[in-house]
Design a protein around this ligand. Structure first.
Ligand SMILES: C[S@@+](CC[C@H](N)C(=O)[O-])C[C@H]1O[C@@H](n2cnc3c(N)ncnc32)[C@H](O)[C@@H]1O
Length: 215
């Protein structure tokens, strides 16, 4: 199986090229089940829900002792939890404390300042460090609304993999997971349907490689 590769296609196509039980860890932030179009890189509108189709494929490619981290949104959490637990053993809902509001205001609700991350396994895998289930990071410096902080992704990856293991992100967006893999010396497989985002990830990888050569 090829590693350190990114695909520009529907993840259901790309996942069909990945063998059974071959991935050490999945770290992903799926589209939130609303139909989505992109305006200046910001998600708006609605997209049909891909989770019911993608979860059996993620279960198939993950190693028996593999780990799965899945970002969620408040609006999708209950539905996704039921779907997630159809396939994976849920060990935690890790809370990412953003330490400030997300920018989405509602006069009917408290301000949204956290995100939940499901942590599950296929069978069992020990976490490598004794980790608290609340992690903190602001989103300082991010360029797109959907972009996840690399330091959070690095923590998740380090908790469940060793150097050289393979991490998959089937919805890589701006490529934050790929950067977290490169900077922690893990191998990666990334998939993104949107051509512009895919090209952005290609550039991001090139930039990281040239920075690595400098040091
Ligand atoms: C929430 S965003 C991920 C953001 C990412 N975590 C980051 O830090 O930039 C979800 C991504 O999934 C992509 N996507 C949606 N449906 C897809 C599909 N069927 N196959 C592959 N990518 C898809 C969207 O284009 C979007 O970039």
């Amino acid at each position: 199986m090829e590693k350190n590769i990114i695909y520009n296609e529907d993840c259901l196509n790309a996942l069909s090229k990945i063998p059974d039980n071959s991935i050490d860890c999945i770290v992903t932030d799926p589209p939130y089940g609303t139909k989505t179009t992109f305006r200046d890189g910001w998600m708006v509108g609605e997209r049909s829900n891909v989770m019911p189709l993608v979860l059996p494929e993620l279960f198939r490619v993950l190693k028996d002792d593999g780990a799965f981290y899945c970002f969620t949104s408040f609006s999708k959490m209950s539905e996704w939890l039921l779907r997630f637990e159809q396939y994976f053993k849920l060990h935690n809902i890790i809370i990412w404390d953003k330490q400030r509001h997300s920018g989405c205001y509602s006069s009917n609700a408290w301000q949204y300042t956290w995100e939940g991350i499901f942590f599950g396994t296929k069978n069992s895998r020990k976490v490598r460090e004794y980790m608290p289930d609340v992690i903190r990071s602001t989103q300082k410096g991010k360029k797109k609304a959907m972009e996840k902080p690399v330091d959070i992704l690095q923590q998740l990856i380090k908790a469940s993999t060793d150097k050289g293991m393979i991490v998959l992100d089937p919805f890589m967006g701006t490529g934050s997971t790929i950067e977290a893999c490169i900077t922690t010396e893990r191998n990666y497989i990334g998939i993104e349907i949107n051509k512009d985002f895919y090209k952005g990830v290609e550039n991001r990888i090139e930039m990281l490689k040239s920075q690595t050569k400098l040091f």
